[in-house]
Design a protein around this ligand. Structure first.
Ligand code: MTE
Ligand code: MO
Length: 232
């Protein structure tokens, strides 16, 4: 079985994610944050009411956060595979991916660790275009994103259909840096940044929410910053 065939095997709730070298101290600190409700203010606000979500601080640098492995990928050999509960499973290489037609959007980042960064200019492929190509079946509700480092997170199809959700290839006019998930990362501006998977490799349609790396370690399954959906 080659890796594509292996990928086409169904992903179940318990076997959906690749093993990742353990980061015991990082995971312990994050679990502690979830248990103690770190940064919860009790001041949830409607999304339109304020630009900076409760408990967040504005930064101007661009921090890097991940599980410690930063895969070195070149666009020429990168591919994106999708499958699961969809009518048209498939795979594209770099030219095929860009043939979807890149778009730009300027959006804000909100990380659950407390920093927000306004006005990031992204360029990439609209997630809606990929959804239209894949044609999720009516029973599909969620999509798993797997990164080349083994990280995974799942989002609802409804959250991915928002027009500013991109599979980003550029940031501020330059190809996305390796440390920030290049050549392709997800960018979902209306949810906490852990949902924005870096080094995207595989996309899988599921019925129900399978969780992900942080969701299965005390973090919220949706992660709306204005509702303070940090943990849960
Ligand atoms: N593949 C992958 N994607 C990931 C992560 C990761 O460890 N691996 N970390 C997530 C978390 S917790 C955050 S806050 C953001 C950080 O992205 P940045 O390093 O570009 O700031 O990436 C998210 N996407
Ligand atoms: Mo994070």
């Amino acid at each position: 079985m080659d890796s594509y065939e292996r990928f086409r095997q169904p992903i179940t709730r318990s076997s959906g994610y690749d093993p990742i070298p353990p980061k015991p101290r990082l995971v312990a600190a994050k679990r502690r944050a979830a248990e103690t409700g770190k940064r919860l203010t009790g001041q949830a606000a409607p999304a339109g009411a304020r630009r900076l979500p409760p408990g967040q601080e504005l930064v101007t640098d661009f921090p890097r956060l991940d599980l410690g492995t930063r895969p070195l990928l070149d666009a020429e050999s990168w591919t994106l595979t999708w499958g699961g509960l969809c009518r048209s499973p498939g795979r594209v290489d770099w030219p095929g991916f860009n043939a979807f037609g890149p778009e730009e959007s300027v959006t804000d980042i909100h990380c659950v660790t407390g920093w927000s960064r306004f006005d990031n200019r992204w360029r990439g492929i609209s997630m809606s275009k990929l959804l239209n190509r894949a044609q999720p079946l009516t029973e599909a509700t969620h999509v798993i994103f797997k990164g080349h480092d083994g990280y995974g997170t799942a989002l609802s199809i409804a959250d991915l259909r928002r027009e500013d959700v991109l599979l980003a290839t550029h940031w501020e006019g330059r190809p996305l840096a390796r440390d920030h998930g290049g050549p392709v990362r997800l960018m979902v501006p209306h949810l906490y940044f852990w949902k924005s998977a870096k080094w995207v490799k595989q996309i899988w349609f599921t019925k129900g929410d399978p969780g992900g790396y942080w969701e299965n370690r005390g973090y919220h399954h949706r992660g709306d910053p204005w509702k303070e959906e940090r943990y849960g």
